[in-house]
Design a protein around this ligand. Structure first.
Ligand code: ATP
Length: 590
């Protein structure tokens, strides 16, 4: 690495010339390597070459820090062992160190080759010393400035390297808004805004969300909303005094979205349904997917309303934008408003003090799925209606009006018309939502789809439990087809999961059926709703029919002993009945 004097060589050469002009003595300046950095007169040769051979005096000055005045060269102690002694024509030499802090960084030599010069130096030795010392200090200052600028540059290089790897946008700004630096993320997040060397306006909007202030960055007639932090730098580096760290709204939303939403793109093919009513429904879904009109999906719990909402989104033009789902029935009324519309820092006590982006905003340009809309409290229905009408909203605690472009899909398993009659749902909101009504038929009205659904679910759960794909015995499949499925596809899904768990082999038999379905089948129970049945039993104060107890005992024995010939014989023996009785009873119960 070059020495510091070498790096500031042009300045050193100028200082050497100044000394020469004032003293009219030849001047030589060497660095710590004894390379000649500057030279005048006789010494104005071999610049940048090593003077190590003839540098005994300079070496001494560098080592001791002393100034040497030698008026008896050749005889002087320092010259005694000099290899150049015989060729040396110097009459007098003044050699002075250049120091930078504690460090010696070079030597200035004033050398007389003729008697006039020698006499001049002798007559002015004190003044010449003083003057040379002043120049040595100037050179030292120059070296210091150089080192400082080098350090600043190195810091800047490290900083720039770090900034280039930061995921957030980073702008290095002057007080007047001129952009001195911008990382790639900043450039990508601010399309259409010229940055490097241009001036931008960055204004706080007054809102704060997730500890990040909201800013509007404007230039070239464009404004982009960002969330971030403006950092003021106390000691201005390289001409900028502010660093703006930010993410634009899109990035903030998509990071929240990614945290809360798995990528679950789904197409119509995902909906199992060959029954006429389902074919019809799928046709409708394809038709409405591309429009932005509001959809109201109705149907019993577990029929697949959520799945269909996703499919509508995924089949439509907004498929690359967010699909944000809110279960209006699962969120306490008091929180639902902020969940939907968001709030700013300090909006109300008990809230996340950092503020929150609402689901509507997160769904901007995409789709919001308002599940269980029938459970939405009346006062929020009013606010929702106004958002749907105006396509504008303001976060709780904020004065800002935000435009939103969201497709709304609502779903309910309640009869909204009845709720309207009971004054629990607003008629005007109902009409706003019911632009495209989709009614999903319950599973009992499309029983021909049950085998295909079972097939799909067997695959899913076999894979989930790391088992080879299971099959179902035809008789068991028949029982499942006959069941009324009050919990619809969700209940079917739970049933298959249960059965896969219960099975010891690769084939699902009646043994694996859950008790309620077996019961329904065996007893030919008319009830579609086990819950009602349970209530009836509860009303019987725990007293169970003997017939049911007997059936339970028989089925249990079979599940323990197996349904093979031998199994049944063993079961009959352990039940204390004859094999013929067992067959008779089985006939009755199955
Ligand atoms: N036709 C279908 N094809 C494939 N899977 C389906 C179908 N219908 C429903 N499912 C599956 O059944 C489960 C329940 O469906 P989903 O949650 O969409 O019902 P829902 O009607 O929204 O229920 P709720 O009203 O209780 O919210 C999900 O795992 C869904 O993927």
């Amino acid at each position: 690495m070059p020495t510091v004097l070498k790096r500031i060589q042009p300045a050193v050469i100028k200082y050497a010339q100044i000394i020469e002009q004032v003293t009219r003595v030849d001047v030589e300046i060497v660095d710590t390597r004894l390379d000649r950095i500057a030279g005048t007169g006789i010494k104005n040769t071999n610049i940048s070459k090593s003077m190590a051979n003839e540098g005994r005096i300079y070496n001494y000055v560098l080592q001791t820090g002393e100034t040497c005045y030698i008026d008896n060269p050749k005889e002087n102690e320092l010259c005694r062992y000099c290899s150049q002694k015989e060729e040396c024509h110097e009459l007098t030499e003044l050699a002075m160190p250049i120091t930078l802090g504690e460090e010696r960084i070079g030597v200035i030599g004033l050398i007389c080759f003729n008697q006039a010069a020698q006499a001049r130096v002798a007559a002015n030795v004190t003044a010449y010393r003083e003057f040379t010392k002043t120049i040595a200090d100037f050179i030292s200052t120059k070296a210091y400035e150089y080192q400082e600028s080098l350090r600043t540059k190195q810091t800047m290089d490290v900083l720039n390297e770090v900034i280039s790897h930061v995921a957030e946008g980073v702008l290095l700004l002057r007080q007047d808004g001129r952009v001195q630096g911008a990382n790639t993320s900043a450039v990508n997040q601010l399309p259409g805004i010229e940055l490097l060397g241009h001036t931008v306006t960055i204004k706080e909007t007054g809102d704060t969300i997730l500890d990040q202030k909201e800013y509007a960055i404007s230039a070239n007639d464009r404004t982009i909303v960002c969330y971030g932090e403006m950092i003021t730098i106390d000691s201005p580096l390289a001409g900028y005094d502010h660093i703006f760290l930010f993410n634009n709204l899109k990035n903030v939303k998509s990071s929240i979205y990614q945290l809360t939403n798995l990528d679950q793109e789904q197409g119509v093919s995902q909906i199992i349904g060959q029954a006429d009513n389902m074919r019809q429904l799928k046709k409708q879904i394809r038709k409405v997917a591309d429009s932005s009109s509001t959809v109201l999906i109705t149907g019993e719990s577990g029929v697949g309303k959520g799945l269909i909402a996703r499919v509508i989104h995924s089949e439509g033009a907004r498929k690359d934008k967010p699909f944000v789902s809110v279960n209006c029935g699962a969120i306490p009324d008091t929180l639902l408003e902020s969940e939907l519309f968001g709030y700013v820092k300090g909006a109300f006590t008990g809230a996340d003090p950092r503020g929150k982006i609402g689901k509507f905003e997160m769904a901007d340009k995409g789709t919001i799925f308002l599940d269980e809309i029938g459970d939405m409290p009346l006062y929020l229905q009013v606010k929702l209606l106004s958002v749907l009408q105006d396509r504008k909203l303001s976060r709780i605690g904020s004065n800002q009006i935000i435009d939103i472009d969201v497709r709304v899909i609502a779903a309910t398993n309640k009869d909204l018309v009845t709720l309207i009659r009971e004054n629990k749902f607003r008629r005007d909101l109902y009409y706003r939502l019911n632009v495209i009504p989709l009614l999903i038929p319950p599973l009992r009205e499309r029983k021909e789809d049950i085998p295909a659904l079972i097939q799909l679910l067997l695959k899913k759960y076999s894979r989930l439990f790391s088992r080879s794909t299971m099959t179902m015995e035809p008789h068991t499949l028949q029982i499942l087809k006959e069941y009324s499925w009050p919990g619809n596809v969700r209940e079917l899904e739970n049933t298959i999961e249960f059965m896969v768990n219960m099975s010891d082999s690769g084939v699902l038999t009646t043994q694996c059926l859950p008790e309620n379905i077996r019961h329904y089948h065996d007893a030919g129970l008319p009830s579609d709703h086990p819950a009602e049945e349970e209530t009836a039993q509860a009303g019987n104060e725990g007293i169970v029919k003997l017939k049911d107890l007997e059936k339970e005992a028989i089925l249990h024995a079979l599940s323990v002993c197996g349904e093979t010939m031998e199994g049944k014989q063993e079961a009959a023996k352990r039940l204390g009945i004859g094999i013929a009785t067992l067959y008779r009873k089985l006939e009755k119960y199955r």
